[in-house]
Write a protein that binds this ligand. Sequence first.
Ligand code: NAP
Length: 254
Amino acid sequence: MGKVVVITGASSGLGEEFAYQLAEQGASLLLIARRSSKLQSIAQQIMTKYAHVKVYVLVLDLSVDDASEHVLNYIETHQLSLQGLINNAGFGARGYFESLELTLQQQMLQVNIHILMSLTHCLIAQLKSQENAFIINVASTAAFQAGPNLAVYYASKAFVLSFSQALYEELKGDIKISALCPGATRTEFADIAGMSDLLLFKLRVMKKEDVVRYALKYRHKAIVIPGLMNKIGASLAQILPASWVRKIAFQIQK
Ligand SMILES: NC(=O)c1ccc[n+]([C@@H]2O[C@H](COP(=O)([O-])OP(=O)(O)OC[C@H]3O[C@@H](n4cnc5c(N)ncnc54)[C@H](OP(=O)(O)O)[C@@H]3O)[C@@H](O)[C@H]2O)c1
């Protein structure tokens, strides 16, 4: 059995695609999300196709306070030897900060930031002891700027980008760690965030297969931005005056 890669948010979208592509490369997997039937069906498909790949499933709401302890307990109980961690689970919610439920935005911080940070902390020691260990933290092109009408989501992704870059330096030589910064990608994300009607998601959407292939290929880099238009957008966000960038983002996302 190959060493195990932990994937959060593996029941759909990018997380599901990470599972398929890593299984093809021979990795065993621990898939985590809330929807049991989706996780079970992905695990079954993979194990049917790749007899040497073992897929573990942990059904868990990552917004609960002690979620990282559940993950750690599962890994210890099943004596899993880890190769990688993909902190992918996340969601957004479109709307003015004051009109969105506070509890929803607190949950967003739990899933987009707190579990990513605490899982990384819990698993770093084990990953350090493996050769070629890696962590991919899924940020977004949103990480490079403020996002009016999606204020907490954008701020959460700025945390992921900053945190991952800092760890890239701290862990050099021990673990490869990258911040994956996709732009609009066809998954369930836009529907859940209330963004499907935006031009951004109608015109410039990448396929999740391409995003994941790129993310795995360049996982040794600190910042990974798939797609030329996304690279240009992220660069402009850092070059142009912040007042322009946030006004443009507001117009696009209103
Ligand atoms: N798609 C895009 O345009 C885009 C662009 C930039 C960045 N991203 C980022 O990419 C990552 C993956 O999103 P996606 O596009 O693949 O969207 P998706 O299809 O909606 O997938 C999100 C995943 O996160 C899981 N998740 C959400 N809340 C959870 C919770 N409380 N506990 C456990 N799992 C939870 C979901 O599983 P369950 O519902 O089964 O729990 C699902 O597997 C996110 O971090 C997102 O911010 C996406």
